[in-house]
Ligand binder design. Structure first.
Ligand SMILES: Nc1ncnc2c1ncn2[C@@H]1O[C@H](COP(=O)(O)OP(=O)(O)OP(=O)(O)O)[C@@H](O)[C@H]1O
Ligand SMILES: O=C(O)C1=C[C@@H](O)[C@@H](O)[C@H](O)C1
Ligand SMILES: [Mg+2]
Length: 378
């Protein structure tokens, strides 16, 4: 289970409506936001949640939204075709397994709040991430448990990771805590409000990402790498920059197909193109290299299996879909980038599979800067 380094939670005390908080954070590059509407009345929470989910759906499924506490609202949303990415439950909310069995929530990522060893040792098998906290005393929640501090975070993170659950530090955190929390084993830092209130949330996220790479490197020298993600994310560009620095060949499944992509789509149809693409990816995996995969290649489960079997690391270049569209929309060499709505809908459909890989957030950086940072820690 992979999460972004910072996990913002909406703040109902802010004058900015909750849906707008979510969408602004998405625009800044945050892939995941938790929707917390407490103590607003249910009707107001629902109105904001629906607007946030509908807005994110129109933006290529970006950002992903995790609903805090309100399983009922998550079910309502799912019934409207707006199932959230996840659901975050406290120890006194519905049990995760029962929540996930509700209509429309089968694919939900469930997070739980944990506070001590009993919960760290026995996380509910239906959850794939968990908050550990409070890290220090916090004014956001009046009813919190005693602070766990760094020792608790370290103990909780090790126990949860050992059980396949991604640990999220939460409670009174500031961005300056990032390095220490990642070194203690946290996958992400959750923060209420601070992120939206800061002058430049994107810079905060960039700093947290580089701090996490320093504490928990995602590249190993000598190992092959495939870059996955949507069309226009910058995979081909980053693959070249990364290969140069890692001393590996740069490859590109689109180039190695050996024909002009628009001609292949015209002559063979998309299914014919996909068959050639799968063979091309398989050739890229024959020896270690940095390979950019075509934007649709990761949809094929056989390709995903082959990448794992070849021992390559998969990295998701998680660009904001609207930014990717701005780069490649209308490009005659990309037959699936002809129409904006279809392009963004395709991004949204493909996202679930990309979440399987650790993400690289470009956040406005050029490929050379991203590659330098990634290689620094390899
Ligand atoms: N980090 C970046 N910042 C700004 N522009 C970029 C960045 N990376 C790539 N680009 C530009 O965006 C466009 C698309 O990049 P690229 O071809 O690398 O995307 P891709 O992910 O490989 O897309 P596809 O899946 O369609 O092959 C190119 O014009 C490239 O120069
Ligand atoms: O998003 C897609 O499905 C595509 C992306 C490109 O990399 C090419 O593989 C082709 O244009 C199709
Ligand atoms: Mg490419």
């Amino acid at each position: 289970m992979h999460l972004p380094p910072l996990y913002p939670i909406t703040d109902p005390r802010s004058p900015v409506p909750l849906a707008e908080q979510v969408l602004r954070l998405g625009e800044a590059g945050f892939p995941l936001v938790q929707f917390r509407g407490k103590p607003l009345p249910a009707a107001a929470q629902w109105q904001e949640l629906r607007a946030a989910l509908a807005g994110a759906a129109e933006r290529g499924g970006w950002p992903a939204i995790c609903v805090n506490d309100r399983t009922d609202l998550a079910v309502l949303a799912a019934a409207e075709g707006l199932a959230p990415w996840g659901l975050h439950l406290g120890q006194t909310d519905l049990p995760p397994g029962e929540a996930r069995a509700l209509p429309g929530l089968g694919a939900c990522h469930i997070g739980v709040s944990t506070h001590g060893p009993a919960e760290w040792e026995h996380p509910d098998p239906a959850c794939d991430h968990a908050g550990i906290g409070p890290f220090r005393p916090t004014a956001t929640k009046g009813d919190h448990e005693p602070p766990v501090g760094l020792p608790g975070l370290r103990e909780g993170a090790a126990a949860l990771r050992g059980r396949g659950v991604a640990p999220v530090a939460i409670g009174g955190l500031a961005a300056a805590d990032a390095g220490e929390c990642f070194r203690a084993g946290a996958e992400a830092l959750a923060m209420v409000g601070e992120i939206s209130r800061c002058a430049d949330p994107r810079e905060l996220l960039w700093a947290a990402q580089t701090a996490r790479w320093a504490a928990r490197p995602i590249l190993v020298r000598g190992q092959g790498v495939v870059l996955i993600g949507g069309s226009g994310a910058g995979k081909s560009t980053l693959a070249r920059a990364l290969a140069l620095r890692l001393g590996l060949p740069a490859r590109d499944s689109d180039r190695e197909i050996g024909g002009a992509i628009p001609d292949l789509f015209r002559d063979l149809g998309e299914a014919g193109f996909r068959a050639l693409e799968a063979e091309s990816v398989a050739r890229c995996l024959e020896r270690p290299c940095v390979a950019a995969l075509g934007g649709g290649a990761w949809e094929d489960p056989e390709t995903r299996r082959r990448v794992r079997e070849a021992g390559f690391a998969a990295l998701w270049l998680a660009e904001v879909p609207a930014v990717a569209w701005g780069r490649v929309g209308g490009d005659p060499n990309r037959p699936l980038a002809a129409e904006r709505t279809a392009f963004l809908d395709r991004y949204a459909r493909r996202t679930a599979a990309w979440w399987e890989a650790p993400m690289v957030l470009p956040l406005g950086r050029m490929a050379d800067v991203l590659a330098d940072e990634l290689v620094k820690n390899a």
